[in-house]
Write a protein that binds this ligand. Sequence first.
Ligand SMILES: Cc1ncc(COP(=O)(O)O)c(C=O)c1O
Length: 418
Amino acid sequence: MVSADFSVNSGAVFTEAIGNDRLDLLTDYPFTRLANLLAPITPRANVAPILLTVGEPQHTPPAIIEETLRASASGWNKYPPVGGTPEFRAAAGDWLTRRYDLPAGLLHADSSILPLSGTREALFMLALLAVPTRKAGRQPAVLMPNPFYAPYEGAAVMAGAEPVFLSATRETGFLPDLDALTPDLLERTALFYLCTPANPQGAAATPGYLAKAIGLARQYGFVLAVDECYAEIWLDAPPAGALQVATALPHEDGKPWANLLVFHSLSKRSSAAGLRSGFVAGDPALIGRFSRLRSYGCAGMPLPILAASTALWRDEAHVEENRAAYRAKFAAAEAELGGRYGYQRPAGGFFLWLEVGNGEEAAKRLWAEGAVRVLPGAYLSRSNPGEPNPGDAFIRVALVQDTDTVAQACAAIVRILG
Ligand SMILES: Cc1ncc(COP(=O)(O)O)c(C=O)c1O
């Protein structure tokens, strides 16, 4: 089986920088770095590789997908509209209203939702929407948790902003400490990416935390982007959502979601990473501007995929099955790990975030001695001047394989790392 982390595209063909030199501020993508790290290592013979790097659930995707794709095949020869179909927007809006208990009739799907061909591309494009030339007379800042989903950094840098990495460690509850943000930084902040449940640590923001973040966005005039792509993979209780929290806050008449955008995806909820399907919802003023930008730069979601996505957002049965599968996997992992590596049961998501001393060395040993492929935490984080990289000591283990394989991998981790 080929995994996305095997691609190697280090960009080494260029002898000197050509084109946009901002690109040189970025490292290779985490999975490219991993491929390079592990390329010289051949795992011990006779052990089947276990791939736990990419957040790509290997569950069988729901049958709804094939059925609806077949039934709507006549749409393949049409360019899809940027805004998708009214049916898709209504299904996404109804799901948001159900999932987050929004007041009936509050969400106007046609002005508050845009389909996305996977949220990654739109999280990236968002920086082009949100980052002005200057903010408070200075270079704009884009805030993100540290560790973070790599496209946030890429987006900030390519939009000409300064990426600001906010430590999200055990000491801060694995989310950025909002009280530590200074007015000086907030004044030049154009965009703040928050991820809840967080990738990789699985921490979920409380309503109080989200309310504070929304308040800061309004006070300082920046866009708050809440990446909720793991919102449906939870263990004990459904995590709060930012739209829900904003609805209950004091707001200007008719503008409950000012400054706020949330991102949702079917990749994890429906084990359908290959469908490339998600949506962004929130502030109609921002959605309108995003729609204009996306008319120039996005591919649009094909009509058959819109139809399949519409059906998926209307179905909960497959999502409940999915959650049950993850609960079983976490139980199996916990039984093997026995509280080692500072493991904390996450609120959501499907990652183990394990403190193993040196994440890169651990990843190499696990591949060499057990053919278990995991991601060094440092590839998901950056060090701020004078501070250690908060991911250095960690590995991220994605529970994307079946329960037995997860148990086998965790047993190997304990055997090899001790
Ligand atoms: C935190 C986070 N956000 C967004 C995405 C993107 O998901 P997609 O583009 O498949 O919707 C991922 C995928 O791994 C993720 O981990």
